[in-house]
Design a protein around this ligand. Structure first.
Ligand SMILES: [Zn+2]
Length: 132
């Protein structure tokens, strides 16, 4: 599973936090600039079961996988979300479910500094005869 779609990760992380899932960094592997992290995470639904999450950080990006059922299907699961968060690869912003929500949260205002200039240029163009 390549890291993408923030909403999916936000939901998975939310589920992990609801279940009080704890990730334990079991081992790391370093090959040049590439790093692979292995996490052990206790199952939320099956006591005694431990899932393994592998996070590969390479120049191409971050990939993660999990030994649980969802993970084996290639889905983002709460174990991967928990491990990614612990590895510092899932920022807090991922908790914000949508851009609209993010805008509200951060009070982002989209300002287009060129809007006025474009409007003036358009008005000028409209007043001119089309060039053949
Ligand atoms: Zn999993």
């Amino acid at each position: 599973m390549t890291v993408g779609a923030p909403t999916i990760w936000a939901r998975a992380l939310h589920r992990a936090e609801c279940h009080n899932i704890v990730a334990v960094l079991a081992s790391t592997e370093q090959r040049g600039f590439d790093e692979t992290l292995f996490y052990k995470i206790a199952s939320a639904s099956r006591p005694g079961t431990v899932h393994g999450v592998k996070i590969e950080c390479t120049a191409e990006g971050v990939r993660s996988s999990c030994t649980c059922e969802a993970g084996q299907r290639g889905s983002v699961c709460l174990h991967q979300a928990r491990a990614m968060r612990d590895a510092g690869l899932l920022p807090d912003l991922m908790l914000i479910e949508s851009i609209e929500e993010a805008k509200e949260e951060l009070r982002i205002e989209v300002v287009d500094p060129m809007a006025e200039a474009r409007k003036r240029a358009m008005a000028l163009l409209m007043g001119q005869k089309p060039v053949a």
